[in-house]
Design a protein around this ligand. Structure first.
Ligand code: KIV
Length: 265
């Protein structure tokens, strides 16, 4: 049986870390599931690592639905989270619902939406109509041109306060998970203190309830400069299966990420 949101909440309540990786196809879905990954994220990072673009902006809702269906067909027990790509969640809550419904029909169990306070009405709209939401704060790659590159966010105090306030507001709006990307360790810890829903970190803090990486990055296949938060597990193991098992073990044991994968203030 497939894991549900209740299983993720139970992991959080018991203090067991949630191991998440991105996944875009059915073969990887099978390997990742067998290695013990809890959640597969069909991320819009597929625009970069699968389609070869230099940002996730060209990814469409049809692309994410297609890859979600592939991942669903290759797995039977792992939880499926799908990304709302650029342009699919920014117009109105109603239009966002229509797009999110397409991902749910493809087999997603939750959708991930980038953004802060401005997304509160949209999150409320989706959650009140049966679509669970993972909020994504900090570095939101769909805003790469607005923020001038894939840069650490929240280093200035006003920006840090905005991230904390947004995280609280998104939880209040009904978000079930909060993903934070590329923010200073001390800020990530403050966000963990500010919310009670499970938190997922990528370049954030070991204190998060779980961690995520782009699968190709942890397999050493990243075509771009490797961000600080990436640990290329494949180099320590030699096979994809063993790399993913080591990732799961290190996340569950609280050994990944280490301080070397986190950002200073
Ligand atoms: O699209 C993606 O892969 C993501 C992760 C980097 C969190 O959003």
């Amino acid at each position: 049986m497939r894991k549900t949101l209740l299983d993720l909440q139970a992991l959080h309540a018991s203090g067991e870390k949630i191991a998440m990786l991105t996944c875009y196809d059915s073969s990887f879905a099978r390997v990742l599931e067998n290695a013990g990954v809890d959640v597969l994220l069909v991320g819009d990072s597929l625009g970069m690592v699968v389609q070869g673009h230099d940002s996730p902006l060209p990814v469409s809702i049809e692309n994410v639905a297609y890859h979600t269906a592939c991942v669903v067909r290759g797995s039977h027990s792992v939880f499926i989270l799908a990304d709302m790509p650029f342009g699919s969640s920014q117009i109105t809550p109603q239009e966002t619902f229509r797009n999110a419904a397409e991902l749910m029909r493809a087999g997603a169990q939750m959708v991930k939406i980038e953004g802060g306070q401005e997304m509160v009405p949209t999150v409320e709209f989706l959650v009140s109509r049966g679509i669970p939401v993972c909020a994504h704060v900090g570095l939101t790659p769909q805003s790469v041109h607005q923020v001038g590159g894939f840069k650490v966010q929240g280093r200035e105090s006003a920006a840090a306060e905005r991230i904390i306030a947004s995280s609280r507001a998104l939880q209040e709006a009904g978000a079930s998970l909060l993903l934070m990307e590329a923010i200073p360790l001390a800020l990530a810890d403050r966000v963990c203190d500010a919310v009670s829903i499970p938190t997922i970190g990528i370049g954030a803090s070991p204190r998060c309830s779980g961690q995520v990486l782009v699968i190709y990055d942890m397999l050493g296949l990243g075509a771009y400069i490797s961000p600080r938060f990436v640990r290329p597990f494949i180099r320590e193991t030699g096979s994809i299966e063993e790399a993913v098992k080591l990732y799961v073990a290190e996340v569950k044991a609280g050994r990944f990420p280490g301080p070397e994968h986190c950002y200073s203030s």
